[in-house]
Design a protein around this ligand. Structure first.
Ligand code: MD3
Ligand code: FE
Length: 215
């Protein structure tokens, strides 16, 4: 006898992760190809790079971004910047398809009129991970963050209000979208090391897009 939701096809499409955090399983599936073409274009203008943390270590995740602003890290610290520090040029424009999908997802989660001004793009090769952290460099913490997962799956760590609080493990797969806001906006979170594998859409990596309102 199988459990009711063992089978993905029968699983609910909307899964609350918290009072104001909602997993929309497969929400980006239909647009995944278009999104990945957008990301490839963005990466031609603003190449993938491993940013350095203020502690002096290169992150295992490769990053690029688009929109008026993008999050950057270097030995000086974390901040949002209106130019790519590698080129001195403005970041590539935010593709309309990306902003529209994020807005539609935010609306599903009860956040009307979400207008992102920053998109950080994370690329995880097998073994890349992101340790537990809070996202608190945005000025307006009342705006949600929308995350879109593409390619190889990963285990997302969904923690609490302190670093030491127990973390739930949430598998995120190709096409999954999560909206995080309100009381859940400052929860600690991270990503376990991505396991080696191949995905038809991205080959040997996981791509995560986070759409944010930084200003
Ligand atoms: C929960 N990225 O870029 S997305 C990040 O999969 C980041 O690449 C992860 O954490 C990734 O900062 C996780 C999910 C996410 C993003 C922002 C959040 C979860 C969040 C902000 C508050 C709470
Ligand atoms: Fe984060």
């Amino acid at each position: 006898m199988n459990d009711l939701f063992d089978d993905d096809a029968n699983a609910p499409r909307l899964l609350p992760l918290g009072a104001q955090a909602l997993l929309l399983r497969g929400f980006a599936l239909a647009q995944a190809g278009e999104l990945l073409r957008c990301i490839n274009q963005v990466a031609q203008q603003a190449p993938w790079r491993h940013m350095v943390t203020p502690g002096g270590k290169a992150m295992s995740v490769a990053m690029t971004g688009c929109g008026p602003l993008c999050w950057v890290s270097d030995s000086q610290g974390y901040r949002y910047a209106d130019r790519d520090p590698l080129s001195g040029q403005p970041w590539p424009a935010m593709p309309a398809a990306l902003a529209q999908l994020a807005q539609a997802a935010a609306q599903q989660a009860g956040f009307a009129d979400f207008t992102p001004d920053a998109c950080l793009v994370n690329r995880y090769a097998p073994g890349a991970r992101m340790s537990l952290h809070q996202d608190r460099d945005e000025r307006d913490l009342t705006a949600p963050i929308v995350s879109i997962s593409l390619g190889l799956p990963a285990i997302f760590l969904w923690g609490g209000a302190t670093r030491g609080a127990p973390a739930q493990r949430v598998p995120l797969r190709h096409g999954d979208v999560v909206v995080w806001g309100g009381v859940d906006r400052l929860r600690y979170h991270g990503v376990l090391a991505v396991a080696p594998g191949m995905h038809p859409a991205t080959e040997d990596c996981r791509i995560n897009l986070t759409l944010r309102k930084a200003l």
